[in-house]
Ligand binder design. Structure first.
Ligand SMILES: Nc1ncnc2c1ncn2[C@@H]1O[C@H](COP(=O)(O)OP(=O)(O)O)[C@@H](O)[C@H]1O
Ligand SMILES: [Mg+2]
Length: 389
């Protein structure tokens, strides 16, 4: 005799591939309908269009078919609302924390001390209440928050973030950078920052301060080549901590280096910081702009304003002034047209840009009159005009 209990029991074995928790514990199993040997279950996905839904569907099928009386399984999919999603993430987070503290066998790295003698750095953990954005993240604050997004890695998102920050700062603005690309954080290297997190007396993280920019990055907590094991739900908490537990100075602009793609972090930024705007970075290739389009789509669905598109590695400038389109052309303009936003600029491919990034000396600092620096300064001007600051 098949009953609801045996079905839920079987589904305990199905784990959400991203949250690593049973879909039963995460409350993703909704309607269970038993019609003789045919079972229909509705699974509520955490996010719409979750790319992993096929795996969940296959796993549900497999586990239920292990029950001999079941001959047919139908899986229908729905999507959690905001409150349910938070609840699921919070459950997964707590379970992961519990598991982690159980496994902890090496003590966490202790932060170096700032003066006056600080206490320990806050751990990356759950924060009380995930309420509305406060401080400079709040709608009422005049700080302009801009997420820098790309469809995929390697298109120069971090390079653009760092140089744009400097260009904005050199034109008189107070600028901060939040390196939220927590799997591929590189802003510490780009700015030449060293050392671990320091905290002030209020246990707030003190940003690095380099080339006039206040900077917070995962690199303050872990080495750049150290694998990060934190999964989806942890990212949200991490983000929250970067937002609320940092002793940011007053800023006119906060640039956020987002992870590539359309993952949770970008969504979280869109949800938590309602006023956050977005800049899309792409290379000129058609495929790259298609991939970036998906990142833009998420922004549109989250009702996030896209300021414009920056095309990077657009051309190589030849000695006689010719522009050689090594990576094709048109991708940036096409993407901008698709979202009906301006193409803010095209940055040439220059080896000095890469060298600057590797040495912690961005080209906008070392060679402010190079053609790429020119492009960055022009983009900064356009952004200032666009946001009215
Ligand atoms: N305009 C450019 N000219 C030359 N090299 C560049 C340029 N933009 C980025 N790079 C280099 O390309 C690599 C990828 O850039 P990065 O900013 O790390 O990309 P992402 O953050 O999108 O993964 C880095 O080595 C960087 O120095
Ligand atoms: Mg990067």
């Amino acid at each position: 005799m098949i009953d609801q209990r045996s079905i839920l029991g079987a589904l305990e074995a199905v784990h959400d591939p991203e949250l690593h928790q049973s879909i039963v514990a995460l409350n993703m199993v909704r309607d269970v309908n038993i019609d003789q040997n045919h079972v229909t279950v509705d699974i509520a996905l955490t996010v719409e269009g979750c790319p992993l839904h096929q795996q969940i569907t296959a796993d549900v099928n497999r586990e239920l078919k292990k029950i001999p009386e079941i001959s047919e399984v139908t899986v229908t999919l729905s999507v959690m609302n905001e409150a349910e999603r938070r609840e699921a993430f919070s459950r997964a987070f707590q379970a992961a924390q519990a598991k982690k503290s159980g496994q902890q066998n090496s003590p966490p790295q202790s932060p170096t001390k700032a003066s006056p003698p600080p206490t320990k750095a806050p751990t990356i953990g759950p924060l009380p209440g995930q309420g509305a954005a406060t401080g400079m993240m709040a709608d009422a604050s005049s700080t302009v928050v801009i997420g820098v997004a790309s469809g995929k890695g390697g298109v120069g998102k971090s390079t653009v973030t760092a140089n744009l920050a400097i260009a904005l700062s050199r034109s008189g603005a107070r600028v901060g950078v939040m390196d939220m690309d927590i799997y591929g954080f590189s802003q510490g290297r780009m700015f030449g920052a060293k050392g671990q997190a320091q905290v002030n007396e209020q246990e707030k993280i003190i940003p690095w301060h380099l080339h006039g920019i206040s900077l917070v990055s995962m690199g303050m907590f872990v080495e750049e080549n150290q694998a990060i094991v934190w999964r989806g739900p942890m990212l949200g908490k991490m983000l929250q901590q970067f937002f609320s537990d940092v002793a940011w100075p007053e800023l006119d602009y906060l640039l956020i280096d987002l992870p590539p793609g359309t993952g949770d972090v970008a969504l979280d930024v869109a949800q938590k910081v309602r006023k956050a705007k977005l800049v899309l970075v792409t290379t000129p290739q058609e495929v790259a702009s298609q991939v970036a389009h998906r990142a833009g789509d998420v922004a549109t669905r989250a009702r996030q304003e896209i300021i414009g598109v920056i095309e990077n590695m657009s051309y190589v400038l030849c000695p006689h002034g010719d522009k050689l389109a090594v990576f094709g052309s048109g991708g940036g303009q096409k993407l901008a047209d698709e979202f009906d936003v301006p193409l803010l600029g095209q940055i040439p491919l220059e080896s000095e840009v890469r060298e600057g990034g590797d040495r912690g000396l961005p080209i906008t600092v070392t060679n402010p009159h190079s053609s790429s620096s020119d492009a960055f300064y022009q983009i900064a001007r356009k952004i200032k005009e666009a946001v009215g600051q």
